[in-house]
Design a protein around this ligand. Sequence first.
Ligand SMILES: [Zn+2]
Length: 390
Amino acid sequence: MASALDFRVTHVDGPARRGELMTAHGAVQTPAFMPVGTQGAVKAMTMRQLEDLGVEIVLANTYHLYLRPGDSRIARLGGLHRFMGWNRPILTDSGGYQVFSLAARRRVSDDGVWFRSHLDGSLHLLTPEKAVDIQAQLGSDIAMVLDECIAHPASDDEARVAMERTVRWARRGRERFQRVMESQRAPDGLLVSTPGQAQFGIVQGSIYPELREISARETVGVGFDAYAVGGLSVGEPIPLMYDIVERTAALLPANRPRYLMGTGTPGDLVECVARGIDLFDCVLPTRNARNGQLFTRQGRLNIKNAEFAEDGRPPDETCSCYTCRHFSRAYLRHLFHVGEMAGATLNTLHNLHFYLDTMRRIRDGIVFGSFETLRLEYQQTFPAEASQHG
Ligand SMILES: [Zn+2]
């Protein structure tokens, strides 16, 4: 089967790559950041605002959409793009990460993972095949294969067992995906909402280089459209995370995009592009915005602080976003303290603008030879600190 995904690297600077990814719903300039739309919406944003910001691809969470409103309902309504009113690319995760986060509410076997819904306690089985079917019905442009996510720290043995299971699930997931995509309508009446969907494999192996090597070799051997680095940003030290990213990216095919799942801070974006990553997602810019933390070229700014009560300056004097062009720190602080929804919206607009602007500067840096200068700037403004998966 020919790859549904066209990817072209146009410029390189060491391991850093500038490229273009072509999906069923259009192009994505890489390296790219995907805002997280957990429940079919990026919190506090309208789709028009995302379009105006220049967002080219969003991530949606399969676990949440499967439970509510259900992938079959979304398929009957014409697929996730039409349901959300978003006509640009969408990546869906497999649902695995959320299921494994349920800890006491799930049980893993070779068949798949049994879990209880966090909503009503109902029992569900997520298998590699089921993860394919749900995402086919949602109709994302990029579907992720089901993998076993383990916590940090994990012993070498625990990590090996999970990695080997992930490889077996990758084969089953790929086989199911190919069967589903071969016909418009899969044998058991499954509705395929986006015929040109692509599927990414996921490399696991925790912090163990030898496990990462086996996982990369076996997963690439299955023959996915592209590959993700999973199981990082789960609490491991940042230098170790960077080291594993660097080693793993080097093991993945150069002509396919590489996606680092669930990362990261602005500093992480720059550092991981420097190690060969093309795609990122993270809840940090949107979640922190709602908590009153803004990312600026001077670093992090907590808008709720008393020092901003009479500060008439915008959050970032060098920023051209709608928020910074129209509103003061004092006003945003006021909105936060009285709990106005507009505060969450304006903060999120700014943070997403900052993240997208970071990606634009990264892409320009790779093309025009200024990437290393940008990297030094971000190392000073955003020194390594724990990032958060989500
Ligand atoms: Zn701004």
